[in-house]
Design a protein around this ligand. Structure first.
Ligand code: OGA
Ligand code: NI
Length: 333
């Protein structure tokens, strides 16, 4: 079932046209063989596409709907209320990002979305003075936001931990091998709000410019009925429409690095030409702040020696965030 390690080293030439759907129902029901089947599908998706949908993922639909509702209420707050929790006030990049303040593609002119970020309350950020210090910035006038996001965070983290088990199985490792790195993981739960735009796709101001994500997995809930996310398949942009009952998952840079480039962190962007506002809710999952990321044993071979020096997971991600927001800070703030 699990492919031989040598296959990791084969050259990947196939561009992809489809984003596979992986059904986790059998895994959740603990059916025999389900984990191995899902792990093989996950590995093929991670090696060839870097993107996949997950179905029967275990996160209750009511929680997902609830978070879209509360997200809409957050963005409807007066701008001053949102600016009072501006992300620049947070060393961990929690809080509110106004329109055009993020710039994921520096050849563009800023991203056409606002967002709210909750960072992992579990993580040992070195900037934290005490383990239980509140690292998030919450709007006083919407206390329900914290309660909803806390609940959703727990659900989606459980899914993320399950995905790591499948990664372990897919690499021929013990399914629990990532567990020690996921006790207090760094993570960000974001709500993006994209205003509609009436432009063609080569405009220099789009919902979110072409980029890769920084952490290990991104688990994205898309607003039903609006197609905006696009994925680069090596030749052209392909659409990743919302599919009811699924999340879109993508590999991010830290996991590409950890797997010594076996898994792909694929470029993507979003353009909302639907005529109405669009919300999307990504959960960016890393590992414990102090986990050392050096190429995993199953991903190094004679033909593919380790390509990356070790980094500390949290330092790597914070540096990437500082670069993104630091650059925008000097140009647009
Ligand atoms: C992101 C992202 C895509 C989307 O927030 O990193 O790529 O569809 N979002 O909103
Ligand atoms: Ni992204």
């Amino acid at each position: 079932m699990v492919t031989a390690v040598t296959e990791l080293t084969s050259v990947r030439t196939a561009a992809f046209d489809e984003i596979p759907i992986i059904d986790l129902g059998g895994v959740l029901r603990r059916e025999s063989g389900a984990k191995e089947t899902a792990a093989a599908a996950l590995r093929a998706a991670c090696e060839n596409v870097g993107f996949f949908y997950v179905r029967n993922h275990g996160v209750p639909e009511t929680e997902i709907e609830g978070i879209f509702d509360i997200g809409r209420r957050f963005f409807a707050l007066p701008l001053e209320t949102k600016l009072a929790i501006h992300k620049n006030l947070s060393p961990q990049h929690a809080g509110y990002t106004p329109l055009l303040a993020e710039n994921t593609d520096l050849s563009n002119n800023g991203d056409l979305h606002e967002s709210f970020d909750m960072v992992s309350p579990l993580a040992h950020y070195p900037t934290k003075q005490a383990a239980d210090e509140e690292v998030n910035l919450w709007p006083e006038s919407l206390p329900e936001l914290k309660a909803s996001l806390d609940r959703y965070f727990d659900h989606v983290l459980e899914l993320g931990r399950r995905l790591f088990e499948l990664v372990a199985v897919s690499l021929g490792q013990d399914e629990e091998s990532f567990r020690p790195h996921l006790t207090k993981p760094i993570a960000m739960l974001r709500i993006n709000s994209y205003p509609p735009q009436a432009v063609n796709s080569d405009s220099r101001q789009i919902g979110i410019g072409a980029h890769t994500d920084y952490e290990c997995f991104t688990i994205l809930a898309q607003q039903p009925g609006i197609t905006a996310l696009q994925v680069w398949n090596g030749r052209e942009w392909i659409k990743a429409p919302p599919i009811p009952g699924t999340f879109v998952v993508n590999i991010a840079d830290l996991l590409q690095r950890w797997t010594n480039d076996a898994f792909l962190s694929t470029r993507h962007r979003a353009i909302n030409m639907s005529g109405g506002a669009r919300l999307s809710i990504p959960f960016f999952l890393g590992v414990n702040y102090d986990t050392t990321i050096s190429p995993l044993p199953g991903c190094v071979s004679a033909e593919r020696p380790g390509r990356y020096p070790p980094v500390i997971a949290g330092d790597y991600v914070l540096q990437r965030l500082n670069e993104t927001y630091g650059k925008q800070g000097s140009s647009t703030q």
